[in-house]
Design a binder for this molecule. Structure first.
Ligand code: S3P
Length: 441
């Protein structure tokens, strides 16, 4: 994919069967746990996006053997721990990468300097540094706990940490640090977030106990546990599958199947919401792959209606609000999304950029500190959307352009490769018209 602008325009119906790229969350974790473990970890279906490639490079710099054997097939040979990298660890655009690696690295007596691209250097790291500091890690960082920062770990003590915000990244960082803390770690999450770290730690031989009670979900891990290399099959990413599925729902005459989509209950908030909006979605070939449920999901063009999205659903669809807003633009009536303040600290301020992009395309949209309201109806399009280098903002507006009255152009489409390499080719294969350059007429 080139760095030039891209323009999407309405064409015929979208038809076909595709595979979503590997799940980003699971891909990062497979590489990190593989590097922490002793022995060989074979990974199949790894997402070969820029974010995950940065994590692969980082794991090599911490001393693991990291080899690409073929398309999506990687072998990680772990040394049972991290050694000190000889250089700065650059995690690119990846919040998940840097936050999980900081947690893992904090368990070892070494100093590591982390950095990232302009977006990542602007994102809050205090949410991870706070619990790691309570465990005994120290650091020096830019103001507000921003990258670049140098973290010094080792000799950690036990923590019982209640997450102040629902964040699987923070939970995972604490658990990974807890592996090497005297007394381990306990994380209490008032709202359940994606549980891939807990599941994968078990697959690598760790004991992890999860209890659900009035306080929420408590995840307990004993310290001093060693991991053994394992085989990981990475399912298709539901956050990426969302783009072709919503494209089919809003484009007349369409029917698209995405095969092998991860249907972990903590990741399917978007599918639940689209179902409530009247989407014609069906699920087939449901199976278990490596401890996760996957299935083939089919979407057909549907008359959608606006809904109120329950705020407690946010953690299970946090990355999907921009594309939900696109679906809502084509629905009848109002869609209200509350309790989504976390969207302001993603790769960009996704509340602001979704509001700005959709408004430029003629959609009725209102933003508040922690909410978005979209009023569906005619979607004019005909706009150039500034994405601030956010891959999901870029993909969402291109999908909108496939069904809007006039074309929609996005800048910086190269960033799409952080999570969905081959997105443009995949959408073209389904019949979507996405061309290079800025051509709004
Ligand atoms: C992720 C957790 C979420 C999500 C991100 C991936 C993970 O972030 O937005 O894309 O893999 O743990 P938060 O933990 O900040 O909510």
């Amino acid at each position: 994919m080139t760095a030039a602008a891209l323009t999407a325009r309405r064409a015929g119906p979208l038809k076909g069967r595709v595979r979503a790229p590997g799940d980003k969350s699971i891909s990062h974790r497979a590489l990190i746990l593989g590097a922490l473990a002793t022995g060989v970890t074979e990974i199949e279906g790894l997402l070969e996006g820029e974010d995950v490639k940065r994590t692969a490079q980082a794991m090599a710099s911490f001393g693991a053997g990291v080899e690409r054997l073929g398309d999506g097939c990687w072998r990680v040979t772990g040394q049972g721990g991290f050694s000190e990298p000889a250089d700065v660890v650059d995690c690119g655009n990846a919040g998940t990468g840097v936050r999980l690696i900081m947690g893992a690295a904090a368990g070892f007596d070494l100093a590591v300097t982390f950095t990232g691209d302009a977006s990542l250097r602007g994102r809050p790291m205090n949410r991870v540094l706070k619990p790691l500091g309570e465990m005994g890690a120290t650091w020096i960082a830019r103001g507000g706990g921003r990258l670049p920062l140098t973290l010094k770990g080792g000799a950690l003590s036990r923590i019982a940490y209640r997450l102040p915000e629902p964040s699987a990244q923070v939970k995972s960082a604490v658990l990974l640090a807890g592996l090497h803390a005297a007394g381990g770690a306990e994380v209490i999450e008032p709202e359940a977030t994606r549980d891939h770290t807990e599941r994968m730690l078990r697959a690598f031989g760790a004991q992890v106990e999860v209890v659900e009670d009035g306080a929420g979900r408590r995840i307990m891990l004993a310290g001093g546990q060693s991991l053994a290399g394992a085989s990981v099959r990475v399912p298709g990413d539901p956050s990426s599958a969302a783009f072709p599925l919503v494209a089919a729902l809003i484009t007349p005459g369409s029917e698209v199947t995405v095969e092998g989509v991860l249907l972990n209950p903590l990741r399917i908030g978007l599918l639940d919401t689209l179902g409530e909006m009247g989407a014609d979605l069906s699920v087939a070939n449901v199976r278990d792959e490596g401890g996760e449920t996957v299935a083939d999901v089919t979407a057909r063009h549907s008359g959608l209606r606006g809904v109120e999205v329950p705020p407690e659903r946010a953690p299970s669809m946090i990355d999907e609000y921009p594309i939900l807003a696109v679906a809502a633009a084509f629905a009848e009536g109002r869609t209200v999304m509350r309790g989504i303040g976390e969207l302001r600290v993603k790769e960009s301020d996704r509340i602001a950029l979704t509001a700005k992009g959709l408004a430029a395309c003629g959609v009725g949209i209102e933003e508040g500190p922690e909410h978005l309201t979209v009023t569906g109806g005619a979607v004019g399009g005909g706009a150039r959307v500034t994405t601030h280098g956010d891959h999901r903002i870029a993909m969402s507006h291109l999908i909108l352009g496939l069904a809007a009255d006039q074309p929609v152009c996005v800048d910086e489409p190269g960033m799409i490769a952080t999570s969905f390499p081959g997105f443009v080719e995949l959408m073209r294969g389904l019949g979507g018209e996405i061309a290079e350059g800025e051509r709004l007429r």
